[in-house]
Design a protein around this ligand. Structure first.
Ligand code: B12
Length: 244
């Protein structure tokens, strides 16, 4: 999506539930957006907050859910909310600017949790990133965070840059796991080439793939030359445990 202008009227749309969140109350309100696969009121509040650019309400919704675990926050609140944002954008119900704003608010809210999380130190090395050209980085970030929480020493290389560079920085010989996220089907060829390079550069590393482009393809690991495919960040953690 090309960058768009963020207009002031996008910042605070009249969702009464967002105003409720600002004063710390969660209430069922039919003005809240429906969220498929989300966790009830929490996901709906968070969705309303990011769609209205309300940083305070977005942060508050995630902080209130911190006791449920980061995996719950990521998969039952944040990912379903972003799905809803994508759906609305696809249906032309929101603008590109709305989508950019919602994503930025969601990322800032997630980042505000980081100082509150007891990240373990040390552990086996993992490098997590996207295929080159892939700009959808949020899912990979979630995978990196949940692996870090499970005791991996994780390097997150973000998107649009070479994951091979991340491998180099982490010390290729020591890397036990490389996780590659692919959202768009058109990036599968780059991902395959990247995985081939990783095989040569870090022959001891296990390679895990995931993301929207491969989640529904049971033979994705074979097609891409990876060791396994997982459909969510928490499943990535389970698969990776066997490789520690
Ligand atoms: C935010 C967003 C963007 C942002 C991304 C910002 C960022 N820093 O990430 C920007 C603006 C860059 C963007 C651009 C585009 N986007 Co976009 N985007 C989205 C949106 C709304 C949310 C994505 C997101 O973060 N989801 C939340 C994460 C957590 O979900 P996830 O990535 O699937 O990750 C989960 C699992 O898949 C898994 N997982 C992910 N990675 C990995 C890796 C491993 C190893 C494992 C095991 C698991 C795993 O774990 C995660 C949690 O469980 C989606 C809508 C949607 N439904 O996703 C559209 C969406 C993905 N975008 C879409 C499109 C079309 C585009 C553009 C092509 C638009 C355009 N015309 O320019 C460009 C392409 C840019 C590019 N070159 O990559 C379409 C894709 C359609 C398709 N073909 O599948 C979607 C689905 C919107 C829609 N409804 O049509 N987008």
């Amino acid at each position: 999506m090309a960058a768009g202008e963020v207009k002031a009227e996008h910042l605070y749309k009249p969702y009464s539930a967002v105003r409720s969140a600002q004063v710390g109350r969660v209430r069922s309100d039919e003005t809240l957006p429906e969220v498929v696969d989300g966790d009830g009121a929490e996901a709906r509040l968070f969705t309303a907050a990011i769609l209205t650019g309300n940083h305070v309400a977005a942060r508050r919704a995630l902080h209130a859910a911190l006791g449920t675990g980061l995996d719950h926050i990521y998969e039952r609140i944040v990912a379903p909310a972003l799905d809803e944002v994508g759906r609305r954008w696809y249906q032309n119900r929101i603008t590109v600017a709305d989508e950019h704003l919602a994503t930025a608010v969601a990322q800032a809210a997630v980042a505000s949790l980081y100082p509150l999380i007891p990240w373990p130190a040390g552990g086996p090395r993992a490098v997590v990133g996207c295929a080159e050209l892939e700009l959808h980085t949020f899912g990979a970030r979630m995978v990196a965070d949940l692996l870090a929480l499970d005791g991996w020493q994780t390097t997150f290389t973000s998107g649009g840059i070479s994951l091979a560079r991340g491998l180099e920085d982490a010390g290729r010989g020591a890397v036990k796991l490389v996780a590659v996220s692919i959202t768009l089907g058109r990036h599968v060829p780059e991902a395959r080439a990247l995985i081939q390079r990783v095989r040569e550069d870090a022959p001891g590393a296990k390679i895990l793939v995931g993301g929207r482009a491969v989640a529904a393809q049971p033979d994705a690991a074979e097609l891409l030359g990876a060791d396994a495919v997982a459909t969510s960040a928490s499943l990535a953690v389970k698969v990776a445990r066997a490789w520690r």
